[in-house]
Write a protein of this length. Structure first.
Lengths: 259, 206
């Protein structure tokens, strides 16, 4: 049976993990390669590395970070942040990523999705979307507003129509972050996730709002998510992807165990 | 051990090369040097993307070179589209023939049931006697990403169920194919690649 994926996400700035999942017993908690390997060995089904660096020097460091992180990683590895051209994507692939995630740049130029998919296959293109419900819209969920620049600026697009366009252009997966739920630890936005998941045939990865194992159970059932991003939950009582997955298995969610 | 990895410009090879090196093999990439295929000790044909990309194997002359290597008994492993290429063809690109080692045709998952593509970790039901999957316990998970698949036949080495059962691995003598990505399937995947590297073919008939 196809299992629900638990994806560990690391935010990286200039080669160091600055946010995301950290372990108390690792002295050097900021090394992406070390943390990624740790997550993989503790049951994460996939690793996402998000580069939040804005500087040119930081971009060069990123490729080195990707290379070091990929070296000992034998689960799918996705890299996002600052990928603006097919050439940027190619460099990240050559450094060892299996997938790239594109967000703002794809909204500025949607043909970026086509271009990367043509060269590397649809399975290698993850379109990340940050969305917030629009209380003024006829359908606040399906017409949730899409934001760019880390959630600072409305993109002038609606979630369901943009997700469908991304799929039609050759996206392999959608990484959907609910800006309403993000950081709350009050649970994923299951309605928003379900609206997107039912509108497309490609997998949808839910992100934002995780606080308990039950939140994951909900987003896989009610939210119809195919995968979920686990980040800060590991700070708050759930020690590893494996223990999260054991909790999910007890609740009847199919997960990869043992892992 | 030298392993010839065929590059037909369908996706990137980095992960496959990395996994082979990790296991102590020495991968050599060719996108058209026929001698590397003809004199290969082992051949890996990776692959992601569209079946039409395998046309490049024909236009570069690699197809007959690989065919003769297989006939000499050289162990061959096709991954994903590389497995599908072992069949007569795929409905994804009906004008492009496969190698025809297996006579069936690959086809798309039926629509209207669950999402297509099939993406994520799914389990293997290994059939008895597989060399490639030796030591893989029932229900071990591997990573898939694909929309087309091969039917279950006597050559099937493992089946996986998504919408319906399909061939997730195929095996006959020195010819192996896996629909999943062993290079992305954790310890289980590495074990399968290790089996491939350790496989000793019987002497080919002269």
């Amino acid at each position: 049976m196809l299992t629900k994926r638990i994806i560990a996400c690391l935010d990286v700035d200039a080669g160091r993990v600055v946010k995301g999942i950290q372990f108390v017993d690792i002295v050097d908690a900021g090394d992406p390669a070390e943390l990624a390997a740790r997550h993989a060995s503790e049951g994460a089904d996939e690793i996402v590395l998000l580069d939040i660096t804005a500087t040119h020097e930081g971009r060069a460091t990123l490729l080195d970070t990707v290379r070091r992180t990929a070296r000992m990683l034998f689960v799918p590895f996705c890299v996002g942040g600052g990928i603006r051209t097919a050439r940027d994507a190619e460099q990240v692939f050559n450094a060892g990523a299996d997938k790239v995630s594109v967000n703002s740049a794809a909204l500025t130029d949607p043909t970026l999705i086509d271009a990367i998919g043509r060269s590397f296959g649809a399975q290698a293109v993850v379109v990340a979307i940050d969305a917030r419900r629009d209380p003024h819209a006829t359908d606040p969920v399906r017409d949730a507003q899409v934001f760019v620049q880390g959630g600072r600026k409305p993109a002038g697009r609606r979630i369901v129509e943009w997700a469908r366009e991304a799929e039609a252009r050759g996206a392999g997966e959608i990484l959907l972050t609910s800006m309403d739920a993000d950081g709350t630890r009050g649970g994923f936005d299951c309605e928003l996730t379900a609206a997107v998941s039912q509108a497309v045939s490609i997998p949808v990865i839910a992100s934002g709002g995780a606080g308990t194992v039950a939140h994951f159970t909900d987003v896989f059932a009610a939210g119809k998510a195919d995968a979920a991003l686990a980040a800060s939950i590991f700070h708050f009582g759930v020690s590893s992807a494996r223990s999260l997955k054991q909790g999910l298995a007890e609740a009847g969610v199919p997960v990869r165990l043992p892992c | 051990m030298r392993v010839t990895v065929i590059d037909y410009k369908a996706g990137n090879l980095t992960s496959v090369l990395k996994a082979l090196r990790h296991l102590g093999a020495e991968p050599i990439v060719t996108d058209g040097d026929l001698s590397l295929a003809e004199h290969a000790e082992r051949i890996v044909l990776p692959g992601v993307g569209h079946f039409a990309a395998t046309e490049r194997l024909d236009s570069t002359g690699l197809t007959p070179a690989i065919r003769s290597a297989i006939a000499r008994g050289v162990p061959f492993l096709g991954i994903c589209v590389g497995m599908q290429w072992l069949y007569a063809g795929s409905t994804e690109e009906p004008r492009q023939p496969g190698l025809g080692q297996f006579s069936e045709t690959c086809a798309r998952f039926p629509d209207g049931h669950q999402k297509v593509p099939h993406v994520g970790w799914n389990s293997l039901d290994v059939f008895n006697g597989s060399h490639l999957l030796a030591g893989v316990a029932p229900g071990e998970f591997v990573y898939f990403t694909h929309s087309y698949r091969a039917p279950i036949t006597p050559a099937t080495a493992a089946s996986t169920t998504y919408i319906e059962p399909f061939a997730s691995a195929v095996e006959r003598d020195n010819v192996f194919g896996v629909q999943f990505h062993p290079e992305k399937s954790g310890e289980t995947g590495l074990k399968i690649l290790r089996n491939f590297l350790a496989f000793q073919p019987k002497e080919a008939a002269c």
